[in-house]
Design a protein around this ligand. Structure first.
Ligand SMILES: Cc1cc2nc3c(=O)[nH]c(=O)nc-3n(C[C@H](O)[C@H](O)[C@H](O)COP(=O)(O)OP(=O)(O)OC[C@H]3O[C@@H](n4cnc5c(N)ncnc54)[C@H](O)[C@@H]3O)c2cc1C
Length: 375
């Protein structure tokens, strides 16, 4: 969110400084792990559709400028392997909401019966009778680290300053401006946009510390069987394969040359404190992941772990975003808490937040993400 906002502000001609406690792209927050799903019919709700649409355009613009491959349009397949209505990201029936939005917004899609899923995507299974699939050809995945690096390089080329390895410890009003304490440096800015991910509550206090929970996520890459059975040309997917809340996972097609496939679940147990985040993944975790999510659901994926990473979701009570003014600190805007589904929207969020910061309003309506809904 910070990289996109910095880039868009610099593009609009603002004098802007990006401050980060690490050196993005890094693997300490919520934006690492090679791939993020993007889909246009966003089951999380209609307010997100213009953001993801615009983001896909911006990724293509950035690709043309930089020569980097950022967005792989391999399609996305959302499916249940049984008859149930799966709940995800705050939507009671995620597949039904996705289909409804695709119809409302004229998003190209196909609804697949269980027989059609079996015939067209035999790599997933077993798909039982009564299951339903949603295939969106314009979806796929983006490369988060490359998107961040490309936007930061673009911002710097347009005159933005980047201060890395500098932790912001305090924001205080100074007349009409804001005083920023970043390590041993003090800056005074007309406006501040805080995109601090899982550290938002720590920096901003109430009401964010009451609203936000940080949840540990683990990403697994399992090696593919030799000879390779799982096809290289395959969509990103979300698979609900049982009736329990834990019976769902998502993943990506194998990245050419890597010989492995990334598959993950979503966890909503809150961390007691972000200081206690365990970034290690043990073999027992990988074995349990394979047993519960992978075995029998994907053709040609072995239990052998290629790599694993720990990442975090910063989640609001309704799983929606918060993009709003800080209620107590004038000229401070908060952009974060993207509840585990933010990357696909990030390029357009950066553009809309930059417009809002410079002109007071944005072309894409951000009112659905206001803090007042939690009052
Ligand atoms: C495992 C996983 C899978 C996901 N899958 C998807 C997906 O498939 N599709 C999708 O759209 N989204 C997905 N998401 C969500 C998406 O990746 C996040 O919403 C998004 O990347 C969050 O970006 P952010 O800028 O809010 O946080 P971050 O990327 O964590 O950035 C916060 C930055 O703030 C800096 N910072 C924090 N505090 C300070 C401070 N005090 N001073 C200076 N710097 C500070 C940090 O160093 C960091 O660089 C996933 C997330 C995870 C964890």
């Amino acid at each position: 969110m910070g990289a996109a906002t910095l880039y868009q502000l610099a593009k609009a001609g603002a004098k802007v400084v990006g401050i980060d406690r690490f050196a993005p792209p890094h693997d300490q927050g919520s934006s690492h792990g090679d791939t993020r799903i993007t889909r246009l019919a966003v089951g999380e709700g209609a307010a997100y559709v213009p953001l993801v649409r615009r983001s896909q355009q911006i990724w293509r613009e950035l690709e043309a400028q930089s020569g980097e491959a950022l967005f792989e349009q391999c399609g996305v397949l959302v499916m249940s392997s049984t008859e149930m209505a799966p709940a995800l990201h705050g939507a009671a029936d995620f597949v039904a909401t996705t289909i409804e939005l695709a119809r409302t917004y004229g998003i190209d899609h196909e609804i697949l019966t269980s027989a059609q899923i079996r015939a067209r995507f035999p790599q997933f299974g077993p798909i039982r009778d009564g299951a339903v699939g949603y295939f969106e050809p314009e979806g796929g995945f983006v490369r988060p680290e490359r998107c961040i690096a490309t936007q930061l390089a673009g911002a710097q080329a347009l005159g933005a300053t980047l201060m890395t390895g500098a932790t912001v410890s305090a924001l205080k009003p100074e007349g009409d401006a804001v005083r920023i304490q970043a390590g041993d440096r003090t800056l005074v800015a007309g406006k501040v946009i805080v995109c601090a991910g899982m550290w938002s509550a720590e920096l901003l206090g109430e009401p964010f510390s009451r609203l936000l929970k940080v949840c540990r996520q683990t990403l697994f890459w399992f090696k593919l069987a030799e000879p390779v059975i799982f096809p290289a040309v395959s969509p990103s997917f979300i698979l609900v394969h049982g009736s329990r809340e834990t019976d769902s996972c998502y993943g990506f097609p194998p990245i050419p040359g890597e010989g492995s496939m990334k598959i993950a679940t979503e966890q909503y147990a809150p961390l007691e404190s972000i200081e206690t985040l365990d970034r290690s993944v043990c073999q027992a975790d990988a074995d349990e992941m394979y047993r519960a999510q992978v075995a029998g659901n994907f053709a040609g994926v072995t239990p052998e772990l290629a790599k694993a990473r720990v990442c975090t979701y910063t989640v609001t009570p309704d799983h929606g975003f918060i993009i709003d003014d800080h209620p107590a600190l004038r000229n401070v805007t908060v952009v974060s808490a993207c509840s585990g589904h933010g990357f696909k929207h990030s390029a357009a969020i950066g553009e809309a937040v930059a417009q809002r910061c410079l002109t007071g309003t944005s072309e894409i309506d951000l009112s659905a993400f206001s803090l007042s809904r939690f009052a």
